[in-house]
Structures are given as C-alpha cells and as structure tokens.
Design a protein around this ligand. Sequence first.
Ligand code: FMN
Length: 224
Amino acid sequence: MLELSFHDLVRQRRSVRKYLPIPLSKRLLTEVLEDAQWAPSNCNIQPWQVQIVSGATKDKLSAALKAEHLAGRTSEDFWFDHNGYSGEHLARMMHMGQARNEALNIAREDQQRRDAEMLRQFEFFDAPHVALLFMPEFGDCVRTAGDLGMYGQNFLLSLTAHGLAGIPQTLLGMHAGVIRDVLGISPELKMLYGISFGHPDPAASGYSVNLGREPISKSVTFYD
Ligand SMILES: Cc1cc2nc3c(=O)[nH]c(=O)nc-3n(C[C@H](O)[C@H](O)[C@H](O)COP(=O)(O)O)c2cc1C
C-alpha cells in the first residue's frame, strides 16, 4: 500500500492503457473491492452489480467484443453520442485525443494505427481483469448512474493507492447485450461502463497522459 496523501492520490491516478498480464492476488483484489463498496449512493441503495472477468472468460469476451466492433454492431443500454459535444467540451475532447496520439506517436492520418489502438480497448489493454458495472433500472437511471460513478472513483483511487491502475471504458458499455450473453447476465441488469485494471506496464511510455484540469474558476460559482 502506498503512503500517499489524498492530495497526491487524486493527482497520481491516471487512465492507463497498457498493463502487465499478471493477475492480482486474491487479497489485493478483495481489498480494492472492499474499498469500492464504501461508495456513497442515493438512499444507500448500493445499486452496483460488479462482474469481475479474468482468465479464459476474459479471452472469450474479448473475442466476442472485437467481432462486434469489427462488424460495426452495438448493443448499448444507455445512449451515448460524443458528436453531441460542442464548445469547450468538444475542445477538451479534441485536446484529449491529440495528447493521446502525440504521446503514442500516432499521426492524424494514420488510420491503421488508430484502428489498432481502438481494438486494444476490447483487449482490455492486456489487463488481467475487467470489472463490468451493471445496475438495476430505476426511473430514468440518472441517479443510479451517478451512484455507479461514485463506486468507480472509489475503485480507481483504491487501485492507485495499491500501486495499481485502471481505466474506465464507456466503449465496453456500447456492447452491453453481447457482454450479457457471454456472461449469462439477466436482461434486468443494465451496463453503464467497465474498468480494465491491473499492474501498469512500467516499460510502456505514452499509454497514460497527464491531461491536467481546468482551474476551479471554470466550474465553481460561489454565492455569499
Ligand atoms: C465513465 C468514463 C468512461 C470512460 N470511457 C473511456 C473509454 O471508453 N475509452 C478510453 O480510452 N478512455 C475512457 N475514459 C477515460 C477518459 O478518457 C479519461 O478519464 C480522461 O481523458 C482523463 O484522463 P485521466 O483519467 O488519465 O485523468 C473514460 C472515463 C470515464 C470517467
């Protein structure tokens, strides 16, 4: 366990896109899951249903996801269209894409490498585990999705505190139907996103980028 102040912990957490294929010990995995479980939720309903997928089942899932992606099919539970971003939000998204491509030395016109990187999303970036976050459907699901966000942040910060890393992936949620089929999950549970996680590959450079954040003046308004 790293001895990090909270100040350092939140700043050191990064979305890492390259892992060593070494599974976590049962003890480490349980510690991370126990930490995540302490997330707050509306009325303490604790709606998260988390599927931890590893080993041969992960390989089977990866093959099914890649086939779906290459066939251009999706089966998401929750609609997502990043083309809807505009203004400063679109600018931040563009900056993220550029920073990531620059770090990996991928030219804008190099569609082949961009496609290959995209496929790696469905290989879970070689991570030994992926957590798939499902939830029951209540009303418009917005509050419940917020609860799953709280869970995810606890999960990610716990990984960082343990010297591990994870990457949240909405892209996995775009294939919720296929994931349900492969894992045999009830259609009553809806999938929001996944988190691939494990030991980050220390030899890999460019697979995590410090994107920085806007000053708080951009997002906080004070009233006296
Ligand atoms: C809910 C959620 C879903 C995300 N989905 C993806 C994804 O599908 N693929 C991906 O490469 N990154 C994904 N990300 C990672 C973001 O791009 C990343 O958090 C953001 O660029 C900030 O970088 P940082 O996490 O390293 O601070 C997701 C992040 C969140 C919170």
